[in-house]
Ligand binder design. Structure first.
Ligand code: ADP
Ligand code: MG
Length: 240
C-alpha cells in the first residue's frame, strides 16, 4: 500500500547457512520509518544490527520478506540497479570509515561525485559545501592520517552527504570516538537531519544517543523487542 514511509520492511528475515549450521540473523523485522526521522538501532553484538542495515542499504538480500524504500520494493532489483541506487540515493557511514589514505579530505568526498559523473564545477562546489557543513573548511587538503579520529569521522559524514541522499545508513559511527567528540558528531547528525529532511538509521552501542534521536529500536536475537521515543519522553517531563 502506498504511504509516505522512507523505510518499510515486512517480515524481513535473513538466515545464513542451512540445517544445523543455520544462523537466524533476522527473524521477521517489521519497520515503518517516516521522513526526517533519526532512528537508532540498539542491541548487543550479534543481535542483527549490521545485517538489518545491509539489507536495507541493498548490500545484502533477505531470505524472506520485503523491503520498500521510498515506496519502491528493492527485492526484485538486479545487482546493477542496486549498485546505481546505492551510489546515487543512499549515504553510508561505517565504523571503519573507508577513507582512502592517499587522498585528501577534499578528494575523498569528491570521489563519490566523480563516480556519479557530476561535472567538475558542481563537484567542487558540493564537496566544499559538505566539508564546510561538517566544519572542515580549513582541513580540505589534509590526508586522513593528518586528521584526528573525530575529523576523519567528519570527512566520512561529508562524503555520505555529497550525493545529497535522503537516506543515510550508519553502522556504529561513534564507536571509536571519545564522549565529547561522539556528542559533537551526534549533534551534527541531528542538525543535518533537520535542515535537509534526511532520514537516518544508525546502529549503535552508544548511550549518548538518547539526547539526539527520535526513536530507539531495540533489537534482540534478530527481532525488534521495543521502540522508545526519547524526545517525546523528554517533552512530557518538561510539561509535568
Ligand atoms: P550485530 O551487528 O548486531 O553485531 P550482525 O548483524 O553482524 O549483528 O550478526 C547477526 C548474526 O548473524 C550473528 O550471529 C552473526 O554471527 C551472524 N552473521 C552475520 N553475517 C554473517 C555471515 N556473512 N555469515 C554467517 N553468519 C553471519
Ligand atoms: Mg554490527
Amino acid at each position: 500500500m502506498a504511504n509516505n514511509n522512507v523505510i518499510d520492511t515486512k517480515n524481513l528475515t535473513r538466515t545464513y547457512g542451512t540445517g544445523d549450521q543455520a544462523v537466524y540473523a533476522l527473524r521477521g523485522v517489521n519497520l515503518d520509518i517516516g521522513p526526517g526521522q533519526f532512528v537508532a538501532l540498539k542491541g548487543r553484538s550479534g543481535s542483527g544490527k549490521t545485517t538489518l542495515l545491509n539489507c536495507i542499504g541493498g548490500l545484502d538480500r533477505p531470505t524472506e520478506g520485503t523491503i520498500s524504500i521510498f515506496g519502491e520494493e528493492i527485492g526484485g532489483w538486479s545487482e546493477n540497479k542496486l549498485t546505481a541506487w546505492r551510489r546515487q540515493q543512499v549515504g553510508f557511514i561505517f565504523q571503519s570509515l573507508g577513507l582512502l589514505p592517499a587522498l585528501s579530505a577534499f578528494e575523498n568526498v569528491e570521489l563519490i561525485l566523480r563516480m556519479n559523473h557530476v561535472p567538475a564545477k558542481e563537484r567542487q562546489k558540493r564537496t566544499l559545501e559538505c566539508l564546510d557543513l561538517v566544519g572542515l573548511t580549513k582541513w580540505v587538503d589534509h590526508r586522513p592520517y593528518e586528521l584526528s579520529g573525530g575529523q576523519q569521522q567528519r570527512v566520512a559524514i561529508a562524503r555520505a552527504l555529497a550525493n545529497r541522499p535522503k537516506l543515510i545508513i550508519a553502522d556504529e559511527p561513534t564507536g571509536d570516538l571519545d564522549t565529547k567528540t561522539g556528542r559533537e558528531v551526534l549533534s551534527l547528525f541531528r542538525t543535518i537531519i533537520r535542515e535537509q529532511n534526511i532520514t537516518m538509521l544508525m546502529a549503535t552501542h552508544d548511550n549518548l544517543i538518547v539526547d539526539y534521536v527520535d526513536q530507539i529500536m531495540n533489537l534482540q536475537d534478530g527481532q525488534i523487542q521495543q521502540i522508545e521515543y526519547p524526545q517525546q519522553a523528554a517533552a512530557a517531563e518538561l510539561v509535568v
